[in-house]
Design a protein around this ligand. Structure first.
Ligand SMILES: NC(=O)c1ccc[n+]([C@@H]2O[C@H](COP(=O)([O-])OP(=O)(O)OC[C@H]3O[C@@H](n4cnc5c(N)ncnc54)[C@H](O)[C@@H]3O)[C@@H](O)[C@H]2O)c1
Length: 434
């Protein structure tokens, strides 16, 4: 089937490429000319494991193409996925201007039936608004549908998630829309055996916000537990293991650390709280999730302050800038907060990240970046671990200890065993452990 994907970012590019890989003919559209030009030269605008090979393969097979024209996209396919950004607005609400822009443009160029699919994460009832906008800008009486198909992929394992999802959720209002989406996903359903859930558009939209907010809640929960562990003298890793083996709880998203970041959880929780407020429900549970997440970073800063006493002129090495391993995404990454605080306190910073460096450099071009972990740690009074990259876990700890001015580590991701670190001569602080 022919498919257009508008918005060629972390979600749109992966979705479009994976649709091509399962046999569809895909046109990925983006208004960012730089991105589209890079892709036409087979250069990746983002880091995602396995993506480059898949893009190259499907471009060569002529199943994947790129364009900057929504007009071309609208003419190309009957089904148009909208995968543009929905960043947070000033009061935490989702900014839907990019989604609306696409709706208006598609309406302008449509000459026959089109199915517009919300792939972007949007608040409940957006489908109705999108339908109203498209109807307003249509130039003739043309039939169309709006559907919701929220995306659950995780950056870092997005390709695997696209081919083996836990479930595919679609919100549809017509038999025609349902059949089209079922046909698109048929190869994935057959191969992975995943559930294909059909529901109303509003329920599908809400499923996404409810899912992400639930996962964020799990993280804030274990972070709150980690604070009690520190006060009581327990070990949060042991507690999380004890909890996670209960099948009703499950082990995932029970890693205590410096809180959740990234382009989804913070903004999706904000948007869900905002939606609830607007609808007349005070979602206090999620407000506490936000509060715990914010203060978790502040607690890390207190630990740094306590350890260094005077932060000014101290050399602080930072391992990890991405909000999680295997991605170059730094949107809402804890590193942004920590770096800004340390610069305010006039610390000297040395930074390391294997893929997020160039994104970070765009905001902090003046800082010192090191491609080698030991070079980064050399002469440091303190080392901060902000992303649990495998390279950090595999580091020669004796060499690390010997290159630092003071072997002091504050580990925001609980990468190492505290007992082992102490035996090696480190002063080692982590989250929720003695
Ligand atoms: N990143 C994730 O892990 C993830 C996972 C699930 C869902 N989502 C959701 O998917 C959506 C996209 O997220 P993302 O991370 O891919 O964002 P992104 O910023 O990486 O990509 C969005 C793209 O849309 C393009 N765009 C904006 N307006 C446009 C327009 N009018 N026409 C054509 N292109 C336009 C931008 O240039 C950009 O390239 C968001 O709603 C997000 O919440 C993201």
């Amino acid at each position: 089937m022919k498919i257009t994907v508008v918005g060629t970012g972390y979600v749109g590019l992966v979705t479009g490429t994976c649709f091509a890989e399962i046999g569809h003919e895909v046109l990925c559209v983006d208004i960012d000319e730089r991105k589209i030009n890079m892709l036409r030269k087979l250069q990746m605008p983002i880091y995602e494991p396995g993506l480059e090979d898949l893009v190259k393969k499907n471009v060569a097979a002529k199943r994947l193409n790129f364009s900057t024209s929504v007009k071309e996209g609208t003419e190309f396919a009957e089904v148009i996925f909208i995968a543009v950004g929905t960043p947070p607005g000033a009061r935490g609400e989702a900014n839907l201007s990019y989604v609306e822009q696409v709706g208006r443009k598609v309406a302008e160029y449509m000459t026959s039936y089109r199915l517009l699919v919300e792939k972007s994460t949007v608040p409940a009832n957006t489908g109705g608004e999108l339908k109203r906008a498209v109807t307003k800008y249509l130039r003739a009486d043309i039939d169309f549908d709006v559907a919701s198909n929220p995306e659950f992929l995780r950056e870092g394992s997005a390709i695997e998630d696209a081919f083996s999802p836990d479930r595919i959720v679609v919100g549809v209002e017509s038999e025609r829309a349902s059949k089209l989406l079922r046909e698109i996903y048929d190869p994935v359903i057959k191969k992975s055996g995943c559930a294909f859930l059909e529901m109303s558009v509003t329920s599908a939209e809400l499923t996404k916000h409810a899912s992400n907010s639930f996962l964020a809640m799990k993280i804030s929960y274990i972070n709150a537990v980690s604070r009690i562990c520190e006060l009581a003298g327990a070990d949060v890793e042991e507690v999380a293991r004890g909890m996670g083996l209960d099948k009703r709880i499950g082990p995932r998203f029970l890693n205590a650390g410096i809180g959740f970041g990234g382009s989804c959880f913070p903004k999706d929780v904000d948007a869900f709280v905002h939606l609830a407020d607007r609808l007349g429900y005070n979602f206090e549970l999620l407000k506490e999730v936000q509060h715990i997440n914010k203060t978790q970073r502040e607690l890390l800063m207190k630990k740094i302050q306590h350890e260094l006493w005077v932060v000014q002129d101290k050399t602080v090495a930072i391992f990890g800038l991405a909000f999680k391993p295997e991605t170059d995404d730094i949107r809402e990454a804890p590193s942004l907060y920590v770096v800004s605080q340390l610069l305010e306190s006039k610390a000297k910073l040395k930074l390391w990240d294997p893929v997020a460096e160039s994104n970070f450099k765009e905001q902090y071009p003046q800082l010192e970046y090191h491609p080698d972990l030991l070079d980064c740690a050399k002469g440091a009074d303190l080392l901060l671990i902000l992303t649990e990259w495998p390279q950090v876990k595999a580091l020669d700890l004796i060499k690390l200890r010997d290159v630092m001015a003071c072997p002091v580590i504050i580990d925001g991701r609980n990468v190492f065993d505290p007992e082992k670190m102490r035996k090696l001569g480190f002063t080692y602080h982590s989250i929720g452990r003695k």
